[in-house]
Design a protein around this ligand. Sequence first.
Ligand code: MN
Length: 257
Amino acid sequence: MSLLAQLTAALAGGSVRIVDLTAPLHSDTPILQLPEIFGQTARFQLEEISRYDDRGPAWYWNNFHTGEHTGTHFDAPNHWVTGQDQHDVASVPLERLIRPAAVIDVTDRVADDHDFLLTKADVEAWQDEHGPLPEGGWLILRTGWSSRNHDQAEFLNADEFGPHTPGIDVECARWLAEEAPIIGLGVETVGTDAGAAGGFDPMYPCHTLLLGAGKYGLAQLQNVDQLPATGALVITSPLPIVTGSGSPPRVLALVED
Ligand code: MN
């Protein structure tokens, strides 16, 4: 049997499962909130064109409005000033859209500390147990944060000092960008950086360093608790928005039971 025939049979037989890592898109899907002086990403919104009515008796369809970075989304390198000369979202090579993922689970630690930051030592400890990060693959940080994805306030978890959401410290972000063999970082939170990362040096180190290195981001993932630590294959499909900085994709993972 060919490889694809084997995969087809495994999918039909259930020995390979499909996990949907994409959050549903609707007008209440939580979105990033930047300080008021900056421009903001739009909420996802449907605008009905017709629904079996005078405007179109036999058909239903919508226009939709959204930000590139609204809901589950893909960050292209040109999203950040450090990556401005690198790929736009339409230029990401197709073979990079189907890649393995390593999943580091810090859910317990995030439950105790909403400002939790992953360190290089944490990744090294993971590698001691599971082996090296996958060459050309994703690192997915499992925090449990997607359980808050139904509510904007819970998801952003902000107080007068700013948002409190988990992420990655500067040293680890630098290592992931410059030395680790990964092509990108996936997270459950609203962006790849921690809530407090606007005050880090450099600010927003995951954006600054990973996108600057031509790597990618996947934000607002869900169902990552259904992924094994190693062995999942992530298929992501950002829209080919010419010159775009990102896109809502459908993100699926294939998992072998
Ligand atoms: Mn983004």
